[in-house]
Design a protein around this ligand. Structure first.
Ligand code: NOJ
Length: 613
């Protein structure tokens, strides 16, 4: 994916509001059972039984003390089209997910978030919804959905739906009605505007300069009713008019439909853009042209408008009526932690419980100082709310490639996993991240499925690369499907990068994740201890302590963010009279069995987790 993306909400490398704000911002041994742990002395504090056995009793999804479940659960994003095909059509489906729940349980996943599975013309692969209260036949039926939720529940796995409230499909009945005439009762459910004028040859001029995140004007002219409608994304995704209370009511009804069906929460798509400026003011130009050939604009009047917080408060109040701590997650690409805090409702804690922090996971640079600053901000500047960290999703090149240097990718990926799973945050993973899956960028335009990759080729190759099928084994189609062809090609490395192979390799990425997840669940300091940065001026090694709870042992974490060996020493008098730290998890053979807190020699890009004695 190019360095000059035009999509504003999820490609932090693109120009626009976030690119600008980024400049100003300061900017993962195996639990292959106890056998490996014991053999390598890496898991002194970890459970001495395989993860799967323990989950049956109290997995990550289970309630823990007074904490809501979502504080400790590991969340896992599934792109259903690419996870598991159960009927041999080359597309993943709900029954496929159900078949693979045992794997997710073995990883100790507490909640799965499914990207949209509602009926859709699939222009944006489900983010263009034509019926909010059903399942697209390509993915299955409502009965399949109910069965998946029920089976997940028996494995202590909760289900989170993706809810797209910013826009519908242009095939949704609401929009079809709205577009039918200027006087239709649903006309005002979408954002319709007269042309600003007409060109000399009679062509209508869009109301203002707003640009679609997917290229071109954000206004589409409808010759029938002689007005434009606004679409932040594809023209087949008209934006709803959130200033109309009927829209909020209808959308909240759909949220209730799924809550009543037993889902444990939602991830709200593009939620900061629900509102646009009422005066339709032009967005300020930042100068320059993006990959789609459009002027680069600040999104002052189309994104993160204050009105959205009233909706979030009402949404939270409604969801609070449901039992079981249903969780509201936001796709919140925001320019600063201060803006992020508003999405929690700040000290009132009355909006989303888990707006995503995109500052940490999408720094796209393994820079100890930058990561320290951002993690610290997220820990200390959000009014005691719970951070949600994420390094990967279906809209960005995989972290394997964004952070990897082409030589040390696995060690670097282990560093990221360590940060994700030892920070005081709720971790969100993306399928295949735990395997070290890489981005399979299409090499021929005719192979591209994501429309922005077709219109933007060759500068913008779209998001197919990060959406390729899950790699289960080294057999046909990596075990994803029995079809002759799959909707996207299988990653070329599937013979070696797959679940089956990695389950058998003690030092694999997969076992690194399993080990960290198991330790995170069982260790009180990692569960609830405060997080304090150490060695704060070190530009190469990021280290921190998670303070012990109720006098229990603290945990210290150090990751070498460079390709050079680094030596660190810790003075931990602030957290007790600590003189030694038993190594719990490390990918540095030289540190296995070590109990030093002084002169810890970290090989390039290595990770070390110790329990302070
Ligand atoms: C963000 C989603 O993650 C992305 O995949 C989608 O294209 C846009 N929102 C529009 O819904």
């Amino acid at each position: 994916m190019g360095a000059s993306m035009s999509r504003k909400h999820y490609r932090l490398e693109m120009p626009g509001r976030f690119a600008k704000s980024l400049e100003t911002m300061l900017v993962a041994a195996a639990l292959c059972g106890a056998t490996f742990a014991a053999a390598h002395g890496q898991m002194a504090n970890a459970p001495a039984v395989p993860v799967a056995h323990e989950v049956a009793g109290h997995g990550q999804g289970a309630q823990s003390g007074n904490d809501p479940w979502w504080k400790h659960a590991v969340f896992y994003e599934i792109y259903p089209r690419s996870f598991q095909d159960s009927n041999g059509d080359g597309l993943g489906d709900l029954n496929g997910i159900t078949e693979r729940l045992g794997y997710l349980q073995s990883l100790d996943i507490g909640a799965i978030w499914l990207t949209p599975v509602y009926p859709s013309p699939l222009v944006d692969f489900g983010y263009d919804i034509s019926d909010y209260e059903n399942i697209d036949p390509q993915y299955g039926t409502l009965a399949d959905f109910d069965r998946m939720v029920a089976e997940a529940k028996t494995r202590h796995i909760r289900v989170i739906m993706d809810m797209v409230m910013n826009h519908t499909s242009d095939q949704h009945k609401w929009f079809l009605e709205s577009a039918s005439s200027r006087t239709n009762p649903k006309r005002d459910w979408f954002i319709w505007q007269d042309p600003k004028g007409y060109t000399a040859d009679g062509k209508p001029i869009p109301p203002n300069n707003w640009i679609s995140g997917f290229g071109g004007s954000a206004w589409q002219y409808d010759p029938r009713t002689k007005q434009f409608y606004y679409h932040e994304f594809y023209k087949q995704q008209p934006d709803l008019n959130w200033r109309n209370p009927e829209v909020e009511k209808a959308m909240f009804d759909t949220v209730r439909f799924w809550l009543d069906r037993g889902v444990s929460g939602f991830r709200f798509d593009a939620v900061p853009s629900l509102f646009e400026d009422q005066k339709l003011r032009d967005n300020p130009a930042l100068g320059g042209i993006n990959a789609q050939g459009d002027p680069i604009l600040e999104d002052t009047y189309t994104n993160n408008l204050p009105e959205v917080h009233d909706v979030m408060r009402r949404l939270r109040a409604m969801v609070n009526h449901y039992p079981g701590d249903r969780v509201l997650i936001g796709e919140t690409y925001l320019p600063s932690v201060q803006e992020l805090d508003k999405w929690y409702g700040g000290s009132k804690h009355d909006e989303l419980q888990l707006p995503m922090d995109m500052q940490v996971g999408f720094t796209n640079k393994l820079d100890a100082s930058l990561l320290r600053q951002r993690i610290n901000d997220a820990e200390t500047s959000i009014d005691g709310n719970q951070p949600l960290f994420v390094f990967d999703n279906h809209d960005n090149k995989r972290s394997w490639d964004r952070y990897g240097d082409g030589v040390h990718n696995e060690a670097i990926a282990k560093v990221l996993a360590t940060l994700l799973l030892t920070s005081r945050s709720t971790p969100l993973m993306y399928y295949g991240e735990e395997l070290g899956m890489s981005t399979s960028v299409p090499t021929r335009k005719e192979d591209v499925k994501d429309p922005i990759g077709i219109t933007g080729w060759p500068k913008e190759k779209g998001r197919d690369g990060e959406r390729t099928p899950m790699q289960w084994n080294g057999e046909k189609n990596a075990g994803f499907s029995t079809a002759s062809t799959t909707w996207l090609p299988i990653g070329v490395d599937y013979k070696t990068v797959n679940v089956r192979v990695e389950e058998g390799e003690p030092d694999s990425m997969l076992n690194w994740y399993k080990t960290l997840i198991a330790f995170r669940r069982s260790n009180p300091a990692l569960r609830n201890g405060t997080m304090v940065m150490l060695d704060k001026n070190n530009p190469s090694v990021l280290s921190f302590v998670r303070k012990g709870v109720d006098g229990g042992p603290s945990v210290v974490v150090a990751v070498n963010c460079t390709g050079e060996p680094q030596t660190v020493s810790f003075d931990l008098r602030a957290v007790g009279k600590s003189i030694s730290a038993k190594t719990v998890i490390t990918d540095a053979p030289s540190l296995r069995g070590s109990s030093k807190l002084k002169d810890i020699a970290l090989p390039p890009f290595s990770s070390w987790v110790g329990s302070i004695q």
